[in-house]
Design a protein around this ligand. Structure first.
Ligand code: GAR
Length: 191
């Protein structure tokens, strides 16, 4: 059997990372080979340990000025690279080697609320301040421009008048957990 290999980038609380690990745990045709993380305090690192997944801690110097991260990725030759709560821009040298093989999840309905500075709670606060009636999630390919790659999947939810950025954040995370692992599997099967 040809195992499909996944590399994940996650630097936050790692809740999506954990859902992805759970989803693929018993699916022997897929393997999560590495978690790449830029924050030594990220909860994703402990979660990776619990699942027996190797980790690589990176810093800005090594990530942008050397090819050490790319070299590690190339050794694994992943079928898909998944950004699950990773906020640094992916260097062109990595994007060029993996066209249509890097996907990201964004907690809003792109192209709205995308671009630099638009991540996590910043997005939910802006959505509430602008009295939007909808928000949602977007899963998209990563290209050289922040949040502008081809969209693979979106799911919208209606917002209530009483919505706060905190309640919206909880709803969005729930949506992400429900759909992201399935869309990753679909992308792997189509790739
Ligand atoms: C998720 O909501 C994800 O969409 C967002 O970070 C959160 C990570 O949560 N990503 C971005 O904002 C990317 N621009 P998690 O660490 O609990 O999975």
């Amino acid at each position: 059997m040809n195992t499909k290999k996944i590399i994940l980038f996650a630097s936050g609380s790692g809740s999506n990372f954990e859902e992805i690990c759970k989803h693929f745990e018993d699916k022997k045709q897929f393997s999560i080979d590495l978690l790449i993380c830029n924050n030594s305090k990220a909860r994703a690192l402990n979660k990776a340990k619990a699942y027996g997944i190797k980790t690589l801690l990176i810093n800005k110097e090594s990530f942008y000025k050397t090819s050490s991260t790319l070299d590690k990725i190339l050794k694994i030759t992943p079928d898909l690279i998944v950004l699950a709560g990773f906020l640094w821009k992916i260097p062109t040298k990595i994007i060029d080697k993996f066209p249509n093989k890097i996907i990201n999840i964004h907690p809003a309905l792109l192209p709205d609320y995308g671009g630099k500075g638009m991540y996590g709670m910043n997005i939910h606060k802006a959505v509430i301040e602008n009295n939007e009636t909808k928000s949602g999630i977007t899963i998209h390919f990563v290209n050289k421009n922040y949040d502008e790659g081809k969209i693979l999947f979106q799911k919208a939810i209606n917002l209530e008048g009483t919505e706060s950025s905190e309640s919206l954040s909880r709803k969005i995370l729930k949506l992400e957990h429900k759909f992201f692992p399935k869309i990753i599997e679909k992308a792997l099967n189509n790739g």
